[in-house]
Design a protein around this ligand. Structure first.
Ligand code: DAH
Length: 340
């Protein structure tokens, strides 16, 4: 006869899951020891048989519940042990996640926007899709101007309610009309971001490029005002002492118009000696043309004046970070993106 106490004691001594499984198979599994006991019953009298049967069933139930208990004890012990081993010290600094980077152009744009805002300018991207009117005539570019030809301008296959075709803006100056009407006067705004021209791609040209337009309209503005704003802005963005010079130039939307060159101090890190950089041609500027104000319904008899200037964001980024090929900005090479 199997001794229940011995079996239960043995079960209690079990330390590993394998040993527990082996015990289970021995007594309760397919080849359990109990069938042997049942065989013996054939030679017993009916009363003895009933008694034996009851004994064996009780043993079976006892074994099963002991097994269950042991099993759940062991598995919770195993879980506890695992938890203890895997304890996480949440006060330790986390692993640095390689999450995201600003593209250098976006980063430069944000820097520009911060400076513009600190000088009191609204940042308004205007829209990438504008009417042909906004892109050209509203900024005093006659419809016969060669830039309006198909090879330069990318047309959108849609027209507005006046049957005016939509185009992808070829310059941010196209936002001037819209923003003057949107904000009213006086107003100071910068229009950053994408412009499109149909162009062959090379190291310095791309179909999509990034401009930054500054527009300031108020009463009694002069060239002295914009000279000061431009110098302040360039010194802040390039983090250098910048000096500018102005050369007369023609742009249809301004009168008079200028091309502006800038140079800055270069300090020799060894000797501390100061020299000047070369003059770099970096932006276009001028006093807003009367026709541009008129196109935005401004009453010019009231002495409204304005100035506008513009530069390429690519150019600022290239100057600031020493990039020679503008294709790096948009070709998605993560090594490039991560290095700034
Ligand atoms: N919108 C001109 C272009 O993309 C650039 C420009 C020149 C804008 C002079 C200005 C400016 O505001 O004053 O060709």
């Amino acid at each position: 006869m199997l001794d229940q106490n011995v079996i239960l004691w043995e079960l209690d001594q079990v330390k590993t899951a394998e040993a527990l499984e082996e015990r289970f198979q021995k007594y309760l599994g397919k080849k359990w020891l109990l069938p042997a006991e049942f065989k013996v019953m054939g030679s017993l009298s009916p009363e003895e048989k009933r008694e034996k049967w009851q004994q064996l069933s009780a043993l079976k139930t006892a074994l099963e519940s002991a097994y269950e208990k042991k099993n759940s004890e062991m598995s919770s012990a195993a879980i506890n042990e695992m938890l203890e081993k895997d304890l996480i010290d949440i006060s330790l600094p986390g692993a640095k996640l390689d999450q995201w980077y600003y593209n250098l152009l976006a980063k430069t744009r944000r820097e520009v926007e911060d400076i513009a805002q600190s000088l009191g300018f609204i940042v308004d991207n205007s829209t990438d899709i504008v009417t042909k009117f906004e892109n050209f005539e509203s900024v005093n570019i006659p419809i016969t101007h060669p830039a309006t030809e198909m090879h330069d301008t990318i047309y959108v296959d849609k027209k507005d309610h006046r049957w005016e075709p939509f185009v992808l803006r070829t310059h941010t100056s196209s936002g001037q009309n819209f923003l003057i009407r949107k904000y009213g006067l006086p107003m100071k705004a910068v229009i950053p971001w994408r412009c499109y021209r149909f162009d062959e791609m090379d190291a310095t040209h791309d179909t999509m490029f990034y401009q930054l337009e500054w527009l300031y309209v108020d009463k009694g503005l002069s060239i002295a005002n914009f000279k000061s704003i431009i110098t302040t802005f360039l010194s802040a963005i390039l983090k250098k002492d910048v000096e500018i010079r102005m050369r007369p130039a023609f742009f249809p939307f301004v009168e008079p118009g200028f091309e502006i060159d800038a140079r800055y101090d270069i300090v020799d890190p060894k000797t501390g000696e100061k020299t000047k950089s070369k003059w770099l041609e970096i932006l276009g500027a001028g006093m807003v043309h009367e026709n541009v104000l008129k196109a935005a319904w401004v009453d010019v008899s009231e002495w409204w004046t304005g100035f506008a200037f513009w530069m390429w964001i690519n150019r600022i980024a290239a100057m600031k970070y020493g990039i020679r090929d503008i294709r790096y900005f948009t070709n998605g090479d993560l090594r490039f993106v991560k290095s700034f």
